[in-house]
Design a protein around this ligand. Structure first.
Ligand code: LMR
Length: 339
């Protein structure tokens, strides 16, 4: 029996296709889009670029990481949704940004004066509390892989902020967080949640009067150019969770995933090593710019800020969860009644 020529040609084409398809797929680079909202010259920006470099080397070029910084792809109000939908594969949102997903406990990181130092913080993020929090993301289709530091926040405005009374009547840009909202109200200010990408413009145009952020974010967005005064208050912490789309990550070939895990561990060490120095350099640069006066709270003033702000811990218990707050106190040894 002879087969018609057309059938044979079709069968041959099918054989070629099925034989070469997996190989050609296997040779395609795997692209990871890593989107974030800050400048490249910040602890998070540098950490993302370090991960890009290490991922490329460790996978022999099989993985290419595209870093999209400065809200160039997504802003903080839509980036987590974009990750869930697979439009990007990797993000590092600030810990304040997970509550809308339904994981309210992350807001504990926003509580004023809950951490005294990076060392305190590590006791939480490197321990069971930090691990359990990341696990809560899995049911949302997200894997939490690491914690990256930024640092401790300064406050800025066009008036000098030394005492809680100085906040009266000020409209202050915050991240969208109920805890930060309560913090600003406790100081007598009016909180004004805005995306990070809108903060500079809002300060410049006078929509808001002041803001808070670690110095690295303030400086790299030029906020110091539109704020006459910066107060080093270290009243709160800002850090990140590095997250990936779970389906994408689980679907990677296992040796690639291991290489990427290794790259991320090293990038995490790097990001957390440079964070403190980056913030110190940023505050020095703000000082040297001559655009903003930098003031450090005296011990008495710091006590007055704490007195005004520590009640926010209790007030936020129903919202954040009393247990997570207790767990953090236990890990750090902090006793808010004795501060
Ligand atoms: C902010 O919105 O102020 C920060 O979360 C930005 C960031 O990602 O550091």
């Amino acid at each position: 029996m002879t087969l018609p020529l057309r059938t044979i040609a079709l069968a041959a084409a099918w054989a070629v296709l099925t034989a070469s398809f997996p190989a050609s797929i296997a040779n395609q680079p795997i692209i990871i889009k890593f989107s974030h909202v800050v400048a490249d010259e910040t602890p998070k920006g540098k950490g993302a670029l370090k991960f890009k470099e290490l991922a490329q080397v460790r996978t022999g070029g099989r993985v290419q990481v595209e870093v999209h910084s400065n809200s160039s792809r997504f802003t903080d109000s839509n980036e987590i949704r974009a990750l869930q939908l697979g439009a990007v594969q990797m993000l590092a949102p600030s810990l304040s940004k997970f509550a809308p997903l339904g994981v309210k406990e992350f807001q504990a990181f926003d509580l004023p004066y809950i951490f005294d130092s990076y060392a305190d913080l590590r006791k939480v993020t490197d321990g069971p509390v930090g691990r359990d929090l990341l696990e809560k993301l899995e049911s949302k289709g997200i894997l939490g892989l690491a914690y990256w530091d930024n640092g401790f926040k300064v406050m800025s405005a066009n008036r000098l902020l030394r005492n809680p009374a100085d906040f009266q009547g000020l409209r202050v840009r915050i991240q969208s967080s109920k805890v930060l909202d309560a913090q600003m109200r406790a100081l007598g200010a009016t909180p004004y949640p805005l995306d990070f990408s809108q903060a500079y413009g809002a300060l410049k145009s006078g929509i808001v009067d002041g803001t808070e952020n670690p110095p690295s974010n303030l400086y790299t967005q030029n906020m110091h150019e539109v704020q006459k005064h910066v107060t080093i208050s270290n009243h709160g912490y800002l850090g990140y969770a590095v997250i990936v789309n779970k389906k994408f990550w689980d679907g990677l070939p296992s040796e690639i995933r291991q290489q990427l895990d290794g790259a991320l561990r090293e990038a995490t060490r790097y990001a957390n090593d440079i964070a403190k120095r980056e913030n110190e350099q940023a505050i020095a640069a703000v000082r040297n710019s001559g655009k903003s006066q930098v003031y450090t709270l005296s011990e008495d003033e710091r006590r007055a800020w704490k007195k005004a702000l520590l009640p926010v811990h209790r007030e936020m218990e129903p919202l954040v969860g009393a247990q997570i707050i207790q767990d953090i106190y236990k890990a750090t040894g902090l006793d808010p009644n004795r501060m």
